[in-house]
Design a protein around this ligand. Structure first.
Ligand code: ZN
Length: 201
């Protein structure tokens, strides 16, 4: 199983980190060992600036390569929410040196994934999702603000990586990313329903 992530898919978020709006989707991977088990996220010792990034996550239900945008919807049946935990201090050091981001993005526990829900229950182009930190709303997103749609992402990525059943795709975060502290409580809501719960330790 692989975890494919899209960077800078919401322009306000790209801008808040001082990045340009990309012409093509920005892609990176996390190893399967990045999946957080349970609800407790431990801040790793190598970072003093772990950021949350709430994202809509797709689960691939049918494999494929060179998938056309118009057929992409046949390749995923379920969606959920995820948090792409990022060691922002380390990522900035790596970016400055022009090096890959994996250490800042793929560490153990850096991929939090909710339960998955059949996509037919939703209007995928207008999904509202929200992150609350200690009961305060900190990120509010709507998929109508994505630069690249779910189907465009699948078409793009599958030109390079064969998609397999069970692969998951993090589709990018809206603006509002910030640092977590010990004892923070993060809750993710999809269309008003809480489906994600993480405690920072
Ligand atoms: Zn992200």
């Amino acid at each position: 199983m692989k975890i494919i992530c899209i960077g800078r898919n919401y322009s306000e978020h790209a801008k808040e980190l001082g990045n340009e709006i990309p012409e093509n989707p920005v892609i990176f991977l996390k190893p399967d060992t990045a999946i957080l088990k349970g609800k407790d996220f431990y801040i790793p010792e190598f970072s003093k600036d772990i950021h949350y990034e709430l994202e809509v996550v797709l689960k691939i239900s049918k494999g494929g390569k060179y998938i056309l945008t118009e057929n992409a919807h046949k390749h995923y049946d379920e969606i959920g929410l995820g948090i792409d935990f990022t060691a922002r201090d380390l990522q900035n050091q790596l970016k400055e040196k022009g090096l890959p981001w994996e250490l800042a993005k793929g560490f153990d526990g850096s991929a939090v994934v909710s339960e998955f829900i059949p996509k037919n229950n939703f209007e995928l182009g207008q999904l509202h999702f929200e992150l609350k930190k200690n009961q305060q709303s900190v990120q509010m997103g709507n998929t109508n603000r994505m630069l690249f749609s779910f189907d465009e992402i699948i078409a793009f990525v599958s030109q390079y990586f064969t998609l397999r059943v069970g692969d998951i795709i993090f589709t990018g975060t809206p603006k509002g990313v910030a640092k977590v502290e010990e004892n923070d409580h993060l809750e993710g809501y999809l269309e008003g329903n809480k489906i994600l719960d993480v405690w920072i330790c």
